[in-house]
Each structure stands twice: as structure tokens, then as C-alpha cells.
Write a protein of this length. Structure first.
Length: 173
């Protein structure tokens, strides 16, 4: 978050976004301007509150459970604004490839479970369509005692927990 710098701070620099190579999102909302800046080491998400062009800016960091992650994000942006080369993202800032795959699977489960045309799908059908599409899964007692069934049930429970508020933990890194 960036806001107008108080004159007592002695801040003399402003942020010139016209020089940024690629702006992915730029929205003016009632609470300020929201931007996503593309960068080789990952996007930068900014919220500019009540600022005027050319006005000196100050970083505003909320002191909450994500404080350390927010400080690291500000340092990363500040480094890039100073002209430093892109660097590898720090741990916790972005999901790994495995985590992205798992989150995509969980979102697919939520989508299929919330689709009015597929609300009566069984655990078996969800497993066949999403989790084990190329695998022959047995029916009856074979399915009921299988590890695939237990894994499918755990994934469905995790997906619903994510949908019902667990996604907030993702935002903390």
C-alpha cells in the first residue's frame, strides 16, 4: 500500500509508473488505484490511496499476521524501483509448482461440486473425472476399501474447507 507521504518525513521521491515496462491491471476504485505490475521475478501488487501524480509517496504496511511477508514484498518492490535486477522470489511468496497443481485440483473440485448440473455427483464420479481420469477404479467393495476413495474424500473435504474461508491462509503465504 502506498499513500501520500507526510511532509515531516522528508520524502522527496514519487513513483512514476509510466516507466514500468508492463502493467497487467490498473483500476481506479473508490478507495484508490489498484495495480498489478509485471516483473520477471513475479508480479507486484500495489494499492495507491488518495495520491496525486508526482506526489511523494510512503509505504504503508499493516501490522498483522502477514507483516513479515508484507515487509519482504515492500523491500522487493523498492529494490526493483531502485533499478536492481530481478531475483528469485523468497519462500512463501508464491506457491510451488506442486502447490499450484494441488490448488488447481481443489478449485476444480469446488467448481464441479457447485455446478447445478453436477450437484448429485458421487465421490466415485468426482474421482473418475478429476483425480484419476486415466485410471480404472473398481466399483463396490473394491472402491469402498481403496486408498483412492480415502484420498478423494480428503481432497473434497480440503476443497470445501478452502471454499469456506480457508483461502485466507493462502493470502498470508
Amino acid at each position: 500500500m502506498l499513500d501520500a507521504a507526510h511532509s515531516d518525513l522528508g520524502v522527496a521521491t514519487s513513483l512514476d509508473l509510466d516507466d514500468w515496462p508492463l502493467i497487467l491491471v490498473d483500476r481506479q476504485l473508490s478507495n484508490g488505484r489498484h495495480l498489478v505490475l509485471a516483473d520477471a521475478d513475479g508480479p507486484h501488487r500495489l494499492w495507491l490511496r488518495d495520491t496525486l501524480p508526482g506526489q511523494p509517496l510512503a509505504y504503508v504496511i499493516a501490522k498483522d499476521a502477514s507483516f513479515e511477508l508484507r515487509v519482504a514484498a515492500v523491500r522487493r518492490l523498492d529494490r526493483r524501483l531502485a533499478g536492481a535486477r530481478p531475483a528469485k522470489l523468497f519462500r512463501g511468496f508464491a506457491p510451488t509448482a506442486f502447490q499450484r497443481h494441488r490448488l488447481s485440483l481443489l478449485l476444480d473440485i469446488i467448481d464441479i461440486a457447485n455446478d447445478p448440473d453436477t450437484t448429485d455427483l458421487t465421490t466415485y464420479e468426482i474421482a473418475r473425472q478429476l483425480i484419476y481420469p486415466r485410471m480404472s477404479i473398481g466399483r463396490g467393495n473394491e472402491w469402498k476399501s481403496s486408498s483412492e476413495r480415502r484420498r478423494t474424500q480428503r481432497l473434497i473435504e480440503e476443497a470445501f474447507a478452502l471454499r469456506d474461508g480457508g483461502y485466507r491462509a493462502l493470502l498470508r503465504g
